[in-house]
Design a protein around this ligand. Structure first.
Ligand code: ASP
Length: 335
């Protein structure tokens, strides 16, 4: 029985009177703010875009025509920025990229002033990456349009977790009972935080393997179990997700040396043999080959899903841009 739709951006609606699912968030800031059905809803929406992107030479959809999408990146990015740009363009939006290196941020402008400036330009959707945890939420609170978090400090990278979940769901068929091992610099990784929350919410068993110095304190609060023993964490794993050492976020030495780190936490073909025979290897990129992962694993077409993750990234970002701009486009039923 369809439920009545709730207030604009309310917290509870599951479907409108016609039975269509509504997404009850104005922004996409963190996986921690999503319920399992909301995650599944975004994954289902993304499936449509995977099919469109694969099937047609003419990928332009046009549903965001006339809307302005600003990608405000205060930190470096290759995959995420390109993928949001391609996603917006395929949906027909006017996409503008703002790079912090050439913006007034370098001249001392505060984050709130930048937010007010972006808002005055009447963007219809803003995608933000920032080096400080919580900065994207701060901007979201100051602007009138939906905001998507493209990574904020150590905090969260929700679209990365969604694209990883989509990749896993397509390859493994679901999450219940699946063992996912995340290994690397978990402490500084927003990808790890979003993935732990997302995969645990979807029913996977999440293991985290890292040196004690790179393991956050509250891993169990994010639905995962931590160990320093990578080999033990690999035992029986269905998915192995590797993370790079985030040297730019390290203040001091967290590991004795990259060589020793590789010996204990590098994913080699020999080590991968401890996981299930069909275990999937993932990495959000950029990879540091020879440190956290060897080329023999990263380039193994039977095991590595790394390029597929990039493909799923475009589809997931198309889904998120589409869903979050539905009310701006006056789609019936979207408050
Ligand atoms: N690209 C991912 C991020 O922005 C992972 C990384 O940089 O290591 O967090």
């Amino acid at each position: 029985m369809p439920q009545e739709s709730a207030a604009p951006y309310g917290l509870t609606p599951t479907a409108d009177l016609a039975g269509r699912t509504l997404f009850p968030h104005r922004h996409l800031l963190a996986i921690s703010q999503l319920k399992p059905w909301e995650i599944r809803f975004l994954l289902d929406e993304a499936e449509h875009w995977v099919a469109v992107n694969r099937s047609s030479a003419q990928k332009h959809d046009g549903r965001l025509a006339g809307l302005t999408q600003i990608n405000a990146f205060f930190e470096n990015s290759t995959r995420t920025l390109l993928s949001f740009e391609i996603a917006g363009k395929r949906l027909g939006a006017d996409v503008v990229n703002m790079h912090a290196a050439t913006s007034s941020v370098k001249k001392g402008e505060t984050l709130i002033d930048t937010a007010v400036t972006l808002n005055a330009m009447r963007a219809d959707v803003i995608v933000i990456r920032h080096g400080s945890s919580g900065a994207v939420q701060l901007i979201a609170d100051k602007v009138d349009c939906p905001v998507l978090n493209a990574g904020d400090g150590w905090h969260e990278h929700p679209t990365q977790a969604l694209l990883d979940a989509l990749t896993i769901r397509r390859r493994k068929g679901g999450f219940e009972g699946l063992i996912v091992t995340i290994c690397g610099d978990v402490l500084h990784s927003r990808v790890a935080r979003s993935n732990m929350l997302c995969l645990a919410a979807l029913g996977a068993q999440v293991r985290v393997a890292a040196p004690a110095t790179l393991t956050p304190a509250a891993v169990d609060c994010m639905g995962a179990v931590a160990t320093t023993d990578f080999d033990a964490a690999l035992d029986g794993a269905d998915v192995v997700m590797m993370l790079r050492l985030q040297n730019e976020r390290m203040d001091g030495a967290f590991i004795p040396s990259p060589r020793e780190y590789h010996m204990l936490y590098g994913l080699t073909p020999e080590r991968l043999a401890k996981a299930k025979p069909d275990a999937l290897v993932m990495h959000p990129g950029p990879m540091n080959r020879g440190v956290e992962i060897t080329s023999g694993v990263a380039d193994d077409p039977d095991r590595s899903a790394i390029t597929e993750q990039v493909e799923m990234g475009v589809a997931v970002r198309m889904a998120c841009l589409d869903v979050l701009t539905r009310s701006a486009r006056n789609i019936e039923g979207w408050a």
